[in-house]
Design a protein. Sequence first.
Length: 76
Amino acid sequence: MPDDRETRVTLRQVDQLRTDIANLECGQEFLMQQINRLPTARDLWRAITLIALVAAVLGIVGIEALWRYFPGCSWN
């Protein structure tokens, strides 16, 4: 390095850069952990399928209950 005072990097600046890089790496690891916790496409598919199945069963049970327990009502 040249002996110019303006271009010379001080130890304090180097230490600050090391701290900044360590903080960036820590933040990157945190973001990677958060991304890994997101549900996958398979997880979403399972949840949607389960919700649809439960909704279909409840719909059929509700129609059966209305049909059996209110026989006098005209549904036509």
